[in-house]
Design a binder for this molecule. Structure first.
Ligand code: NAP
Length: 322
């Protein structure tokens, strides 16, 4: 079957090891089922996988992709929850030390077919297209958990989103606006800042800019490039929720500010199946839809990866299959 995959890591030149070609059809363990993939979205995680981050050589060749929407074995439309719990795990699967995402231990979703645990195939509402649904399980679910499960913030409070155009960043803007937060954004170009305003951000600033007032919460996925600004931008008692570090994992901690202004730093990763179900319902109930930058056939996956590597994003990049 057709798939986008990696056979050897390339930490410095990830696109050099991206392959789009034939891979064997999935083996289906007991309790698992097969989904015929109709759409899959690209996440920064896939670039990390090409670099070998979290994906050692011995697990390759590995099909990329952490989320998908498609048809189950009975022809029902489904959206694929991306967090795979270990056998026997009960409770919040994001807390399972042995959990994984597709493309980490099990073959990923960027293929004509993917094997998934039965519980990971959720009904897709007809209101959402396959492409829209495919954006939800990774970037949008991550944003949902950051804002609504982890932050402790309430509608009406001010949230700063670091990054304007990325998959998680655009989800944070749209979901935050829909829930009644005052959403402020930083973006690297005038064009990206304007796009964030068009999505519902109240104000958009250059990276590192002094804000008109301090904010209640900061949503961080950028890491080293924005961390210091995030710490400085919070009110006393404010909260940073971090789920990613695109520009580096080791910014200065600025502990003096953290303790003196009594900040909370909260980690967040993906979300549970229940939270994905709630997110799907939120989209259906409110009319909110994932922001799709571009849809490309999977055969043109390289073009999508290039856009993300160069930072030429405006929401989610989606690959489609016939
Ligand atoms: N923990 C989890 O469960 C989870 C889930 C999803 C994603 N993540 C992580 O979250 C991060 C974002 O993922 P994504 O898929 O949204 O990636 P993406 O679509 O490539 O977006 C990258 C974002 O980073 C910003 N950015 C990149 N370089 C920057 C720089 N030098 N200075 C300032 N901003 C910069 C961009 O801001 P501009 O708009 O200004 O260009 C953009 O908003 C990744 O690190 C990913 O691994 C984690």
């Amino acid at each position: 079957m057709l798939a986008a995959f990696v056979s050897t890591p390339a930490p410095k030149d990830p696109l050099s090891v991206l392959e789009v070609g034939e891979r064997p059809e999935p083996e289906v363990p007991g309790g698992w089922t097969t989904v015929q993939v109709k759409a899959v979205s690209l996440n920064h995680h896939d670039l990390f996988s090409l670099r070998g981050v979290g994906l050692p050589q011995e697990r390759m060749p590995m099909i990329l992709g952490t989320d998908a929407a498609g048809l189950d074995e009975d022809g029902n439309e489904v959206v694929v929850h991306g967090v795979v719990a270990s056998p026997g795990w009960t409770g919040d699967e994001t807390l399972d030390p042995k959990r994984s995402l597709f493309s980490e231990l099990h073959q990923g979703t960027m293929a004509e077919q993917v094997a998934v645990p039965r519980r990971n195939a959720l009904p897709k509402p007809a209101e959402l297209s396959f492409a829209e649904a495919a954006c939800l399980p990774t970037a949008w679910l991550t944003a949902y958990r950051m804002l609504f499960v982890k932050s402790g913030l309430r509608p009406g409070q001010t949230v700063l989103v670091q990054g304007a155009s990325g998959g998680v960043a655009t989800a944070l803007i749209v979901l935050g606006k829909a829930a009644g937060f005052r959403v402020w954004v930083t973006g690297r170009s005038e064009e990206k800042r304007q796009a964030a305003l068009d999505l519902g951000a109240e104000q958009a600033f250059e990276n590192g800019a002094r804000l008109p007032e301090r904010v209640d919460g900061v949503m961080e996925t950028v890491g080293e490039a924005t961390w210091s600004h995030s710490v400085k931008s919070l009110k006393p008692g404010g909260v940073i929720v971090t789920s990613g570090a695109t520009t580096g994992f080791n910014p200065g901690a600025e502990l003096n500010r953290v303790f003196f202004t009594q900040l909370s730093v909260i980690g967040s990763t993906m979300g549970t199946r229940d939270e994905l179900e709630a997110l799907v319902r939120m989209c259906a109930a409110t009319g909110v839809r994932p922001v799709i930058d571009v849809e490309l056939p999977l055969t043109q996956a390289r073009e999508g990866f290039e856009r993300m590597l160069e930072g030429r994003t405006a929401g989610k990049i989606v690959f489609t299959l016939p």
